[in-house]
Write a protein that binds this ligand. Structure first.
Ligand code: UFG
Length: 336
């Protein structure tokens, strides 16, 4: 299949690009490099041993985007593009609603105009909001998001569902990601956050490499086994393979699918696992809870197994080793 990856130079998309090529598909990348690096595409090409067509276009710019559809017959779109920083979304809600929703509507219109009938969307476990119980299952209620970023994911799920309901030929797979970590085993591509990382694993890695002094663990008084927050960390290559399976899945209408491991680890579990896997001590301190955080979040991963014949294979040790391998080989990210 010829598959267009919006936001294709990003962390999850770059790994997906490689797995698509390995599975015999032809990816095409569109990205405006707002929050990603051109170098990521060069490295994907190096790892794939082939060039990947790419367009430097803002996905909201429908007219510019239409060129891609003139030059290629696209079979499916994976819509990764979007702003994704939780804290920033609280400070700049309008920018988040405008960019994330406009880009999605632009993609839907282009699908209709060009006869593309399949879209896979990067949603997030954040749409479950303050769920009453775990594991999180696809049919549980959504909403009650704690920030505008989360609401954009919630709203886009709704937009794509309405789009498919009104256009029976459209097939929509909404992938709800849990916590992606790790990197390609080569250490050539990985997560390259702008500024000080918000997420746990890149923060641990930057403490390990000496860029940051100390990890602050946000709260040790949650109702969890050791008091620190519990999450479902998933290796980015497993996540990438989930996208390949979603593209190949013969979807009818709309399907919502969690991509997680089904297992939760605490912040302290993650610190210990990183230390043991890599033989490095992580300097940490216990800090107050971070506003908006929940105690526990992990997936019920059975639907993905049943429908996509996919399940996460990488272990926690793989996640810690591959994250560190990327960080130590690229201490300054892509801009060496
Ligand atoms: N944490 C720390 N210190 C840090 C960073 C994180 O203790 O410096 C803790 C958090 O409190 C939480 C856990 O590590 O308990 C994971 O935090 P992350 O920021 O890595 O991930 P979140 O689960 O908060 O957020 C992730 C994605 C969001 C998504 C959300 C819900 O980053 O995009 O999952 O799906 F919205």
């Amino acid at each position: 299949m010829k598959i267009l990856l919006t936001g294709g130079a990003g962390y999850i998309a770059s790994h997906t690009c490689i797995e698509l090529v390995k599975s015999g598909h032809t990816p095409i990348i569109v990205d405006n490099f707002y929050n990603s690096q051109k170098e990521a595409i060069s490295r994907v090409e190096e790892l794939c041993g082939q060039s990947i067509p790419f367009y430097e276009i803002d996905v909201c710019d429908k007219e510019a985007m239409s060129v891609i559809f003139k030059e290629h017959t696209i079979d499916a779109i994976i819509h990764f593009a979007g702003y994704k920083a939780v804290g920033e979304s609280v400070a700049k809600p309008l920018a988040y609603y405008k960019n994330n929703i406009d880009s999605t509507i632009s993609v839907c219109e282009l699908m209709k105009e060009n006869g593309v009938t399949k879209i896979v969307f990067s949603s997030s476990a954040t749409v479950y909001g303050l769920a009453e119980k775990v594991p999180l299952k696809e049919d549980m209620p959504t909403g009650g998001c704690t920030n505008p970023y989360g609401w954009t994911k919630y709203m886009i799920e709704q937009i794509l569902t309405d789009f498919a309901n009104a256009n029976k030929e459209m097939n929509v797979v909404l992938l709800r990601y849990f916590n992606p970590v790790g990197a390609h085993e080569s250490g050539r591509i990985g997560e390259d956050p702008v500024g000080i990382p918000n997420n746990l694993m890149p923060y641990i890695c930057q403490v390990a490499v000496g860029k940051l002094k100390q990890l602050a663990i946000f709260g040790d008084d949650y109702p969890t086994p050791d008091g620190t927050g519990v999450r479902d960390y998933i290796h980015v290559v497993d996540l990438a393979l989930g996208h390949v399976a979603a593209c190949e899945f013969d979807c009818k209408g709309v399907e919502v699918i969690n991509l997680g491991t089904g297992v939760g680890y605490s912040v302290l579990d993650m610190v210990k696992a990183f230390e043991e896997a890599n033989g490095i001590k992580i300097n940490y301190t216990i800090a107050p809870r971070r506003p908006g955080d929940i105690a526990t979040c992990y997936s019920d991963a059975t639907k993905a197994k049943k429908l996509l014949h996919w399940e996460a294979k990488h272990t926690l040790v793989d996640m810690c080793k591959d994250s560190w391998n990327w960080q130590k080989n690229n201490p300054k990210g892509y801009n060496k």
